[in-house]
Design a binder for this molecule. Structure first.
Ligand SMILES: Nc1ncnc2c1ncn2[C@@H]1O[C@H](COP(=O)(O)OP(=O)(O)OP(=O)(O)O)[C@@H](O)[C@H]1O
Ligand SMILES: [Mg+2]
Length: 367
């Protein structure tokens, strides 16, 4: 959901729209308000408008409509180099003819920082990304991951209040990526930097961010802290995009404050939490997380709803068992159960009963 304008905001997008061709809006109506020091991630599928938003904030693109403010001041007319923003983009483009130290020194020279100060800041920035002994090398003499770390150091060296990062870890292997995720969030919090981070990796978004803005089709579909996004998705797109999710289709039969009655397409009636449905007769997609489904339904007490299921596939994954079931005529219903001493391994073909609490079952917009 969109944020409203806020006087404490450090970064603000107010009703921002963007069209490249004068016809199609690739950013439709963006409202976003970030306090100082926040780490916000824009997460969404390819083409959803994330980079465009970052480019407008950086000043490389102008908004077609609306206003962008930094620290309370409109920045639409301030050129990029005067915005004091650090940037790391996927194609990090260090200056190839300069050494690592010269690359880092450059933004300081532009800002007329004296030589001894520059040297101290460059050293500190290199140490921050654990590249202290690489100052004399040229970019071509570094690995891709090392170049990204230098790009990060260069974005931070002049101590900007705002840093924009567009898929900065895209080229790294899993281990270095996880190490850098940790390093970036630590640095940002330590230095009190406000960060707008772009990724299409949901794990990265969930683990690094104070809040995540889920983008689709030029709009923020939901803006919330990671746990809220996962536990309380507001629409079917977010439920499907964040984490693993089961869906069943049906029609609303009764609707109240906290609970609605849904008739699934195979005729079964179940209770769900009404989230993004408005009236009786509406089509709905209900959403249940795999780990909220219980096989031992007696554990759930009498509030639970139970359904018959057929085991299609059982996958042993070490710490958890992942089982694919046929439920209400659909054979892609996934459940996850912890590998504990009393948890039986289910056999394909077995008929079982599954259940969940109504609060874990959300009635969302039909897909
Ligand atoms: N310079 C441009 N000229 C015309 N159209 C553009 C331009 N840049 C982006 N677009 C279009 O705008 C839409 C949003 O692109 P954008 O780069 O913001 O997406 P994204 O969310 O960053 O995607 P990705 O995850 O693939 O990087 C896309 O449909 C894209 O084709
Ligand atoms: Mg992009």
């Amino acid at each position: 959901m969109a944020d409203t304008a806020n006087s404490d905001a450090f970064v603000e997008f107010e009703r921002v729209q963007k069209s490249y061709d004068g016809e199609n809006l690739v950013v439709k109506d963006l409202n976003l308000s970030m306090p100082k020091g926040e780490f916000l991630t824009m997460l969404g599928p390819s083409g959803s408008g994330k980079t465009t938003c970052l480019m407008m904030l950086a000043g490389f693109e102008t908004a077609t409509h609306g206003e962008i403010k930094l620290d309370g001041r409109p920045i639409n007319n301030i050129p990029p180099h005067k915005r004091g923003i650090g940037m790391v983009f996927q194609n990090y483009a260090l200056f190839p003819h300069m050494t690592v130290a010269e690359n880092l020194s450059f933004p300081l020279e532009v800002r007329k920082i004296g030589k001894s100060d520059r040297e101290a800041k460059v050293k500190r920035a290199l140490d921050m990304v654990q590249m202290g002994s690489f100052g004399g090398r040229r970019p071509a003499q570094l690995s891709g991951g090392q170049q990204q770390r230098i790009a990060l150091a260069r974005a931070l060296v002049f101590e900007p209040e705002l840093v924009l990062m567009d898929e900065p870890l895209g080229a790294l292997d899993k281990q270095l990526r996880e190490h850098m995720q940790f390093e970036i969030t630590n640095l940002a919090h330590q230095l009190g930097i406000t960060v707008v981070y772009v990724t299409h990796d949901q794990t990265e978004a969930l683990t690094m961010s104070d809040r995540v803005a889920v983008f689709d089709d030029g709009r923020i579909q939901q803006l919330a802290p990671p746990d809220e996004l996962y536990e309380s998705p507001e629409n079917s797109f977010v439920a499907q995009f964040i984490g693993e999710n089961n869906t069943l289709e049906g029609t609303i039969k009764e609707i109240g404050e906290d609970v609605c009655l849904v008739q699934l397409d195979d005729g079964e009636l179940i209770d769900a939490k009404p989230v993004n449905v408005s009236k009786v007769g509406d089509r709905t997609t209900i959403s249940i997380r795999p780990e909220r489904v219980e096989v031992d339904t007696a554990k759930l007490g009498d509030k639970a709803h139970t359904l018959k299921a057929e085991v299609m596939e059982f996958i042993y994954m070490g710490d958890v068992f992942r089982t694919r079931l046929k439920v209400a005529g659909k054979d892609n219903f996934i459940i996850k159960t912890r590998n504990s001493a009393d948890q039986r391994r289910l056999q394909p073909g077995e008929q079982i009963e599954i259940g969940w609490l109504p609060r874990d079952c959300r009635a969302l917009d039909a897909v």
